[in-house]
Ligand binder design. Structure first.
Ligand SMILES: NC(=O)c1ccc[n+]([C@@H]2O[C@H](COP(=O)([O-])OP(=O)(O)OC[C@H]3O[C@@H](n4cnc5c(N)ncnc54)[C@H](OP(=O)(O)O)[C@@H]3O)[C@@H](O)[C@H]2O)c1
Length: 238
């Protein structure tokens, strides 16, 4: 196992662990044990996911806060350190998506999207990397998107945030050379999550959260000799 040598149980931190992809990754990794700290803003849902992880025999904690708020991140990180004692995997996954023609998007949507998708990733990586580099091991995974690698109509702001984190991780990979710390992105196409609730779209043609979770597991479980850059995962039916 790459993320923490000679130890079976990894300390896995997931931002946006209360639902969707974050929840699915926690449940997938829980099949192999591990210890978890989940963050989000919805306390009830975080508790529910942690209860499921505990039912599977894992140690699981959660904390609430906004990923884009530095004070919240500091508080959560100090709780992570006291509960888990460190971090082997940081899955920076929290994100929001607003879609529409550029002229129809609002400045509020711009702020919320960049604060969550870009500032939130920056803050979590900025504050956890010293820990990982200090221990000379660890895996960073950021949820980007196929729209971190391409563009499309009605996706301008969302694609801009995902291109930003894609560039962040690719630059980081250069900085991490020789450190024993790895960084990768997961780049899914459309995934069937609450994002599409109430929308007139064919959800049967989307990826399932479990598909994404298996790809994230592949990154976490990779051998020491490999360093996955990104995984682009598209639905088979589209
Ligand atoms: N669904 C797709 O088609 C798709 C495709 C490619 C990539 N992605 C990416 O996948 C990631 C997860 O999205 P999802 O589809 O799984 O949707 P989701 O179920 O809505 O999950 C989003 C998660 O992010 C958290 N979150 C959102 N804003 C936050 C904030 N300001 N502070 C803290 N946590 C926040 C939410 O937690 P709370 O509600 O508890 O705050 C939730 O746990 C996002 O980065 C998204 O861009 C999604």
């Amino acid at each position: 196992m790459n993320a923490q040598k000679n130890q079976d149980s990894l300390r896995i931190v997931i931002t946006g662990g209360s639902s969707g992809i974050g929840e699915a990754v926690a449940l997938e990794m829980a099949k192999s044990g591990h210890r978890f700290y989940l963050t989000g803003r919805n306390e009830g849902r975080l508790k529910k996911v942690c209860d499921s992880l505990e039912t599977l025999g894992c140690e699981a904690y959660f904390g609430t806060g906004d990923v884009g708020n530095e004070e919240d991140v500091d508080t959560l990180l100090s709780d992570v350190k006291s509960k888990l004692g460190g971090i082997d995997v940081i899955f920076a996954n929290a994100g929001v998506g607003y879609f529409g023609n550029l002229e129809d998007l609002t400045i509020e949507q711009y702020d919320k999207q960049f604060n969550t998708n870009v500032r939130g990733v920056f803050l979590w990586l900025n504050k956890t990397l010293p820990l990982l580099k200090g221990q000379n091991s660890g895996q960073v995974i950021v949820t980007s998107s196929d729209l971190g690698l391409k563009t499309g109509a009605r996706c301008s702001l969302y694609a801009a945030t995902k291109h930003a984190v894609q560039a962040m991780v690719w630059s980081l990979r250069d900085e991490l050379k020789g450190t024993g710390v790895k960084a990768a992105t997961i780049n899914p196409g459309s995934v069937n999550t609450q994002w599409f609730d109430g929308k007139a779209v064919d959800r049967s043609k989307m990826l399932a959260v479990e598909d994404v979770a298996k790809a994230v597991r592949f990154i976490i479980d990779q051998d020491e000799t490999s360093n996955i850059d990104h995984i682009l995962l598209m639905p088979s039916k589209n």
